[in-house]
Design a protein around this ligand. Structure first.
Ligand code: FMN
Length: 156
């Protein structure tokens, strides 16, 4: 398996832009060395109904919360719920092998909280995080983290 699967949601386009950049980076890496995996992206729209997954995937989720302070006063996930419902559906969560979060550090304790919550409830590692559209250094670092984790499930 030399193609890694990624499920994501993107309300304002930052996550989509980051992942398209990572997909291009993967193509370059794959040309340099064919054992470097390519990336298959699947965007979950806010109105999409879940489909059943049958292969391992990573999840990229931005953070949209309302209320609470992230520590002790509760908070509510908004905008991104369709992705959580997608992973929850059927056996999909069994195929989730890691979660990457994004957000904005101005939200302090609530930074990337949705990804941390998903990692907990879907029993998958919280692999990494980046802010907004990320940087090229984020793309490279996170690609390498994913590739290492993918090799474990792909037996490479
Ligand atoms: C209404 C709203 C609430 C947000 N809440 C949080 C938050 O609680 N924590 C955080 O880290 N980022 C928060 N963000 C920042 C977004 O997660 C960030 O802009 C992200 O890059 C959006 O990704 P997208 O463009 O793919 O939808 C919020 C943004 C908006 C517009």
């Amino acid at each position: 398996m030399t193609t890694m699967n990624i499920l994501y949601i993107s309300i304002e386009g930052n996550t989509r832009a980051f992942l398209h950049q990572m997909q291009e980076f993967a193509k370059q890496q794959n040309i340099l060395n064919p054992t470097n995996p390519l990336i298959n992206l699947k965007e979950i729209g806010p109105q999409d109904t879940p489909a059943h997954e049958s292969a391992p995937f990573f999840v990229f989720v931005p953070t949209y919360l309302t209320g609470g302070n992230g520590i002790d006063s509760g908070y509510t996930e908004i905008m991104t719920n369709a992705l959580g419902e997608y992973i929850e559906d059927g056996d999909n969560a069994k195929f989730c092998i890691g979660v990457v979060g994004s957000g904005n550090r101005n939200f302090n304790e609530q930074y990337c909280l949705t990804a941390r919550k998903y990692a907990h409830i879907f029993d998958a590692p919280f692999l990494d995080n980046y802010e907004l559209r990320g940087t090229s250094a984020d793309v490279e670092r996170i690609y390498n983290v994913l590739a290492q984790n993918w090799a474990k499930v792909a037996g490479e």
